[in-house]
Design a protein around this ligand. Sequence first.
Ligand SMILES: [Zn+2]
Length: 205
Amino acid sequence: MPRPDTMVINTIMLQALVSSEEVMGTNGLHAVLRNSGLERFVDNMPPNDLNSSVKSSEYAALLKAIEEFYGRASKGMLRRIGKASFQYAVREQAALLGLAGVALKLLPEKQRIKFILNSVANALKKTNPQIEVWVEEEGDTIAYIEKTCSICWGRQSEQPICYLYIGSLSEAVLWATGVEREVIETHCLAKGDQYCRFEIGAPKA
Ligand SMILES: [Zn+2]
């Protein structure tokens, strides 16, 4: 059953476009905008607000165009765009994320990880009540799960493909703990799973 084509709020699209430009340069961004039928964003960024003028299908098309444009290099590209997106959110949307004035230093690492993942999930839900996202803890494993992932909207793949999400979540964990950790996408809607699930793994060597 096809997923409903929900809306993506402007600030999330802006985040993706600014971060893509940062990682791929202006020419790279313009090329993928043209390849994905999103010419209207060439030199014309959406406003930084919570209105929605973009559909999930368009957001997913942009990311697919990046994949096609860069081929094998695209996984790393998309991860870097995800990292830049989280940095943008901290810079421009700290209040929305609930991070303004937060001090995590006294908390154990696991608490910090849960705090930041819940902050990201809650911010998304605040901006769009249609979004189904949550954080799960089982034994020593912490996972971030979204049932309405726009990144892989309409996509089919044998492997998980939400590299941008992996980048964002690993940057979030780094921000909260000072430690870079592996983030593994264990389930992906594009594979036919019920949701996209990201497990926080071991620290990177
Ligand atoms: Zn996904």
